[in-house]
Design a protein around this ligand. Structure first.
Ligand code: ADP
Length: 602
């Protein structure tokens, strides 16, 4: 119970009031006593000096003894003090308001020490406890007088005053004071209880709310009823909870933002604690390493990563990072995807290493592009090297004397021209691809009829068909085949496909061409009875420089870029191309363009 601040405050108030009352009581009683004693003293002094002395000053004490006795009683009876007049030589009491003392020796009936002391000091006073137990103290005062110049003492006026009433009043006052103290203490307890309550009740409320906050409910607010320190504490509590609430909201929204980012990022991410246990991972990590969530339970990070690369073990990461040689680690997963892992350590506030984060990137595509780039450069160099070598050797032979032989030099120059043509068409094709890559081509789009472009292209290549005695079968729709396209480019596609069909179909072979609209598609198809393409090569024939049979292609004057250019042009027209082929039986190339419905061109 006394643990409560409320009771502590009450005890404190109680003690304070008690001490205050004690000090006040002691002070008042002391002052009160002094005041009343002074009054008695002053009255006795006045009576002696101004009443009795005046009465007996120049009077013979012995002779006028009876008159003095009579006058003394008359003049002092109302004062209530006992006054005695003592003759200076014999110390006999001449007159006294106490009739028992008259004619007695003062040294016997009055206080001897007071009388003797007055002889030296003129005035002496002494409070003496009465022998009578009922009574309090009695003030004794002795005034000695010498009325002439001689050293002889004339008389002593001795006064006694009971201090009974003074001490009685004092004792009454003490009782009153004690009662007041008790009442004050009782009032203190009640007021203290209420006042302490005004402090402890809000504090208790605050404690309860703080307890709820500790359990996670941050919407706690207190009602502020006053403007004092407690009120200010309440306002500050409300401000703090509000701040805490918004800060926590911000933190949790930041956290969920971060979680969403980590969850949806394409890169795989795994976090490991200082003991090598996985503490966080995202779905990309699972899919990249071909894992399921349950594969991670009860398994350390090392056990999982061991299947892929020992260099990624936690110990190895630590080692490399300590020796400042941390680098990306490239490895292949069990789905033949190439992954790049970038490990990094993280530290706690004291700077101690407390775990690591490893980010996994699928670099299969960029690796493939890099390979393609390397392959492309090698291909271009190779394609150019052959004609250049030929040109160089033929021109050298010519310079070394072959020029003299007219027939031979004509043949040589023809070879040089052919090789130059080949280089020129290679460079032309490369430039065209590069322009398309960098979107530098200006597409001259028009509303066209595909039938017209097909027949025109066939006409241009008619001689080639005839040279190889190939049978051409045209199946062109009677209806228009409208497309929105660049005429020159579409013609290039058709000529490329036709040229390939002629090139890769032996003499006397069959070539079928069709152009028609089927299901909102403008379709151009070319079918040959040629050498065909092996199944595994079909998906690669649109790659730059890819040829099924390099020797045959070169011999036919091909650059290995024709289908690649055609594919790019078709893509730019939002179309597609499909190939089906059977070795030694022939190939079918089908090109689909979206039908142009915007204008009725015929
Ligand atoms: P090329 O200049 O070598 O003909 P292309 O890009 O036009 O280059 O064709 C790529 C490769 O596709 C050719 O080398 C060839 O092997 C194959 N090819 C293309 N068309 C046909 C076809 N009609 N029949 C058989 N093979 C073909």
């Amino acid at each position: 119970m006394f643990k409560s601040i409320r009771y502590k405050l009450i005890i404190l108030y109680f003690l304070l009031v008690f001490i205050a009352m004690l000090i006040v009581g002691v002070f008042i009683t002391d002052q009160f006593e002094k005041y009343h004693l002074n009054i008695v003293k002053d009255n006795l002094t006045y009576t002696a000096n101004n009443v009795v002395r005046t009465m007996i000053k120049d009077v013979d004490l012995i002779e006028n003894k009876d008159d003095i006795q009579e006058n003394l009683i008359k003049s002092t009876i109302s004062l209530g003090y006992e006054i005695s007049i003592i003759e200076g030589d014999s110390y006999n009491i001449i007159a006294s308001t106490n009739l028992d003392f008259v004619d007695k020796n003062a040294m016997d009936v009055l206080e001897k020490s007071v009388i003797l002391s007055s002889l030296n000091n003129r005035v002496t006073e002494k409070d003496i406890q009465s022998e009578n137990t009922d009574s309090y103290r009695i003030k004794h005062m002795a005034f000695s007088y010498k009325e002439d110049q001689s050293d002889n003492l004339d008389y002593i006026i001795y006064g006694r005053a009971s201090l009974d009433s003074v001490y009685r009043t004092l004792s009454n006052s003490t009782v009153i004071l004690l009662r007041a103290t008790v009442i004050a203490l009782l009032v203190t307890i009640v007021l203290g209880y209420l006042m302490a309550g005004s402090i402890t009740v809000p504090i208790n409320q605050l404690t309860m709310k703080a307890l709820k906050m500790a359990k996670g409910d941050f919407r706690q607010r207190v009602t502020v009823k006053s403007d004092d320190e407690i009120g200010q504490l309440g306002s500050m509590f409300n401000y703090l909870t509000e701040k805490l609430d918004t800060t926590l909201l911000e933190i949790s929204s930041e956290k969920s933002k971060l979680n969403a980012i980590i969850k949806h990022m394409e890169d795989g991410l795994v976090a490991i604690d200082g003991k090598g246990q996985i503490i966080h991972y995202n779905p990309s990590f699972l899919s990249m390493l071909n894992l399921r969530e349950k594969d991670l339970t009860d398994k350390s990070y090392d056990k999982i990563i061991d299947d892929y690369s020992k260099d990624l073990e936690y110990g190895a990461i630590l080692q490399k990072s300590i020796s400042n040689s941390s680098e990306n680690i490239i490895f292949e997963n069990n789905k033949k995807r190439i992954l790049k892992a970038s490990p990094a350590l993280f530290r706690d506030e004291a700077g101690r290493i407390s775990g690591a984060i490893v980010v996994f990137q699928d670099i299969t595509e960029s690796q493939r592009l890099e390979d393609m780039r390397r392959e492309f450069v090698a291909n271009v160099s190779h394609e150019l090297k052959t004609p250049i070598t030929t040109i160089k050797s033929y021109s050298e032979t010519l310079l070394c004397g072959a020029l003299e032989d007219k027939e031979l030099s004509k043949n040589f120059v023809e070879v040089i021209e052919n090789e130059a043509d080949r280089m020129s068409s290679l460079v032309k094709d490369l430039l065209q691809l590069s322009h398309m890559d960098y979107e530098k081509v200006v597409w001259e789009m028009h509303h066209l009829d595909l039938r017209e472009i097909v027949t025109d292209s066939v006409r241009k290549l008619e001689v080639h068909f005839q040279n190889k005695n190939q049978k051409l079968n045209m199946k062109i729709s009677d209806e228009a085949v409208p497309i929105y396209a660049d005429r020159g480019k579409i013609q290039q596609v058709i000529i490329n496909l036709l040229t390939n069909a002629i090139k890769y179909t032996p003499e006397n072979g069959n070539i079928r061409i069709s152009a028609q609209v089927v299901d909102k598609n403008a379709i151009f198809q070319i079918q040959d009875s040629g050498i065909g393409i092996p199944k595994e090569d079909i998906k690669r024939i649109f790659e730059r420089f890819y040829r099924v049979d390099k020797g045959r292609s070169r011999a036919q004057g091909g650059t290995g870029l024709g289908l690649s250019i055609a594919h790019n042009i078709i893509k730019q027209h939002k179309g597609s191309i499909k190939v089906s082929s059977e070795l030694e039986k022939g190939s079918i190339f089908t090109v689909y363009f979206p039908v142009d419905n915007s204008v009725d061109i015929l």
